[in-house]
Ligand binder design. Sequence first.
Ligand SMILES: [Cu+2]
Length: 81
Amino acid sequence: MTIQGFKYAPPSISTTVGGKLTFKNADSAEHTATADTKSAFDSGTLNHGQSKAITFTKAGTFAYHCDFHPFMHGTVVVKPA
Ligand SMILES: [Cu+2]
């Protein structure tokens, strides 16, 4: 999934337990992909062109945001394997 124009694209993405998603920052601004319940996942700071792969180990629907831009929101849906 790509972070571009201060948006997550696509805004909602799904995977299954054990699945991996890669968050790539295509903006010049720094962004994060941080679960609203931070312990669920956190990409940390992504600079321009950086990406972070996150493996999801728990089923559920996880809302996330950018730590720098709280108006940026996305959702990861993790389905049971
Ligand atoms: Cu941001």
